[in-house]
Design a protein around this ligand. Sequence first.
Ligand SMILES: [Zn+2]
Length: 429
Amino acid sequence: MTDAATSERVLLEIEAAAEEMIDFAAELIRIPTVNPPGTEYRRCAEAIGDRLATLGFEVEYVEADGRPEHSEAYPRVNVVGSLRGSGSGPCVHLNGHFDVVPPGDGWTVDPFGGELRDGRLYGRGSADMKSGLVAALYAAAAFARAGIEFPGRIEISGTVDEESGGFAGVAHLAEVGRIHRDRTDYVIIPEPFGTLGISLGHRGVYWFKVVARGQIGHGSMPFLGRSAIDDLMAVLARIDKLRPELERLVTSMPVVPALARTGSINVNSILGGQSDADPSLGGPLQTPCVADYAEAVFDRRFIVEESLDDVRGQIGSILTELEREDPERRYELLDLMIVEPTMTPPDSPLVRALARSIRSIVGEEAELVASPGTYDQKHIARIAGVEHCVAYGPGELEQAHQPDESCAVEDIVTSAKVMAAAALELTTG
Ligand SMILES: [Zn+2]
């Protein structure tokens, strides 16, 4: 059992490292690991690896060999640090992604400045999720610094590409067995759910494309062609009618915001006919033609109570029905990305340990939530087969991907303490 004095020592180490922690988070924000395309990954992985080595961790670099996106120009480099306890015991793995989305417009501070102002750290990745990664790193480091005895193992990984699906990142670590149920017992991903929020999992994704094919003709005599755009519009109209049906089925998962507790569908893009913006045409040119091609990309999110077969089948039957109504309609359905919903049971020892630590450190009750969008938990659950995985980390979800993204410095320190206290309980039993 963890005695109070031991956990007190660990928490004091985190308190003492507060400034170092914030400096290091700012240092990582200053490395623009923008995805796409995945810039500066090696430099960032090495900055994390060097810090881990200084803090007494064994460090490994795991490159995503064999993945098409792991190129010479944009290498996919992950880093893992481990701290071995005195014997065999449970392994707690803390994982954070260090890629960030592009900054976009509307910033009033340098998105890669790592500026500290009024108790908040600013910059792309400050909330999502370099602060969380650094909090996890110092939570783990406090074990070594406090020189405490524990039988298990504590690991920390910094991974790539979460923002584009995590295939060269966490999925790769799981595929090569670096994170695996045989060696990994508990995983905490410090995504920004705040100092009280424990995310049990996320909804599923069915991302697909519908292609409509028509026949080209003169724009002045549209009746001699077949407009793929008109045929695609029929699909859009039918999918719009699906929305009330999706909103009627409410999940038992505690998804936040509550409006995301149902299935949803978004039209991500539409493309049809000849674009006057097509640079290969050498400028704004147009010819009067009936569009023989149109496509739309859809993002269907589904809840744990729905099955992927049903979700896909729903779209398939809409297309079949439309083709039956008018035999000249021709559609293709292409799967772009599939993620099954995942949820760790609320009574998992990992959830209980975190909730207890939140109660004792923050002084409030934990909030069990689930995420509307997916994150790397899917790979931990599906590929690594680890049953106990949650997200818990500093920052507000609302800050993610926004201009002037920021994270409260105090929350970084608090969540590091919560993660350390929970990890201590889990590794020492
Ligand atoms: Zn994230």
